[in-house]
Design a protein around this ligand. Structure first.
Ligand code: BTN
Length: 320
C-alpha cells in the first residue's frame, strides 16, 4: 500500500494529491492514508501536508528504502522479493544462504554498506555506506552448467546498457564483466553458481556499482584504477533509479536469452567491449595466452587469435 501511495505522490511531480483522492484510489480510509504518510516521513521522505490541498512529495531520502525501490520497479520477478540491510558482511553470502534455502528467482539482497564485500579472485570490494549499490540477485535459469559464463556476460551487458542510458557516460566492458570509464573501473560483477552434476541449481549474481563515491572514499592504491559515476559525470545519481533501471534491463535481456539464446546478448556485449581488436596478454589458469581478442564464442569464451594464427578459446583469465 505504501509503495502505491509513494508512486502516486511521485507521479504528481511535487504537486498535491488530496487525501480524498488518495483514499479513493487506494481503497482505504483517509486515516489509513495519513498513517501511511506518517510512515513514509519516518523513512525519510519529505511530505508536506496542507489541510485544503492534501499531500505533496517535497524530497526523497538519500538512502535506499524498500518502499522507494518497490514503488519505482517495473520488473515481473527481479527484485520483487527484497531483503534490504543497512549494514551486512556481504550481500553475496546472504543471497547464497537464501538461495540454498529455496528463495525464488529474482530474490534481491541489497545493502547500504558491506563490511566484508568480496570481489573476484579472493579480493575485497570497497563498499562504503550510502555511496553505491551493493547487491546480489538469485537466478534459477534452466540451462546447463556450461552456460554459466554466458550469464556473467549477460549481466555485464545489461548493466552497461542501463548505466549508459542513465548517465550518458561512455561506459565500456572489459572482458568478462568489468565496466570501465576511460580505463577506470566503476563496477564489478561476481557470479557464483551451485550445480548438481550437469544441472545448474542456482546462480547468485553479485553486482557492485560505485555510484556516488568521492575521491576521498578511495584508498590511495585504488585512485588511479577506480572511479565512480558521480566523479566521471560531475553530478550525483539517484541510486534507487540506478538499481531499478539495471534490474529492468537485466530482466529484459534475461527474457531474450531464455527465448532466443546467447546470440543477441553476444552482439550487445561485443558492441560495448573495450577488449577486442587490441593485442593483449591474458593470464589463464593454464598459463599465459598472448594474442588479439576477436570476440565471443557461443559458449561465452573469449576467442583470441595467437601469433601462430590459431584461434583459441579462453574461459577464465585476467588481462595483464
Ligand atoms: C569484482 O571483483 O569485480 C567483483 C565485485 C563484486 C562486488 C559485489 S558488491 C555486492 C556483492 N557482494 C559482495 O560481497 N560482492 C558482490
Amino acid at each position: 500500500m505504501r509503495e502505491r501511495l509513494l508512486e502516486m505522490l511521485t507521479e504528481r511531480e511535487g504537486e498535491y494529491i488530496s487525501g480524498e483522492e488518495a483514499s479513493r484510489r487506494l481503497g482505504i480510509s483517509r486515516t489509513a492514508v495519513w498513517k501511511h504518510i506518517r510512515r513514509l516521513t519516518e523513512e525519510g521522505y519529505a511530505i508536506e501536508a496542507s489541510r485544503n490541498r492534501g499531500y505533496r512529495l517535497a524530497g526523497m531520502p538519500d538512502r535506499l528504502t524498500a518502499t522507494g525501490l518497490l514503488s519505482r520497479l517495473k520488473t515481473k520477478s527481479l527484485g520483487r522479493s527484497l531483503h534490504l540491510y543497512d549494514e551486512i558482511g556481504s550481500t553475496q553470502d546472504a543471497a547464497k544462504r537464501l538461495a540454498e534455502e529455496g528463495a525464488p528467482e529474482g530474490t534481491l539482497v541489497i545493502a547500504e554498506q558491506q563490511t566484508n564485500g568480496r570481489g573476484r579472485m579472493g579480493r575485497s570490494w570497497l563498499s562504503p555506506k550510502g555511496k553505491g549499490l551493493w547487491m546480489s540477485l538469485v537466478l534459477r535459469p534452466n540451462v546447463p552448467v556450461l552456460c554459466t559464463p554466458q550469464l556473467t556476460l549477460l549481466t555485464a551487458a545489461a548493466l552497461c546498457r542501463s548505466l549508459r542510458r542513465q548517465t550518458g557516460l561512455e561506459i565500456g566492458i572489459k572482458w568478462p564483466n568489468d565496466l570501465l570509464i576511460d580505463g577506470r573501473k566503476i563496477s564489478g560483477i561476481l557470479l557464483e553458481s551451485s550445480a548438481e552434476e550437469e544441472r545448474l541449481l542456482h546462480v547468485v549474481a553479485g553486482i557492485g556499482i560505485s555510484v556516488n563515491l568521492e575521491p576521498e572514499d578511495y584508498p590511495p592504491e585504488l585512485r588511479t584504477k577506480a572511479v565512480s559515476l558521480r566523479m566521471a559525470a560531475g553530478r550525483p545519481f539517484d541510486r534507487t533509479e540506478t538499481a531499478a533501471l539495471f534490474l529492468e534491463s537485466l530482466e529484459e535481456l534475461y527474457d531474450i536469452y531464455r527465448k532466443d539464446g546467447f546470440g543477441p546478448i553476444r552482439l550487445l556485449w561485443e558492441a560495448w567491449s573495450v577488449s577486442l581488436g587490441k593485442p593483449a596478454v591474458l593470464k589463464t589458469p593454464q598459463g599465459i595466452v598472448e594474442g588479439v581478442p576477436l570476440g565471443l564464442a557461443d559458449n561465452g569464451a573469449l576467442r583470441v587469435r595467437t601469433a601462430d594464427g590459431l584461434v583459441r578459446e579462453v574461459f577464465s583469465a585476467e588481462f595483464e
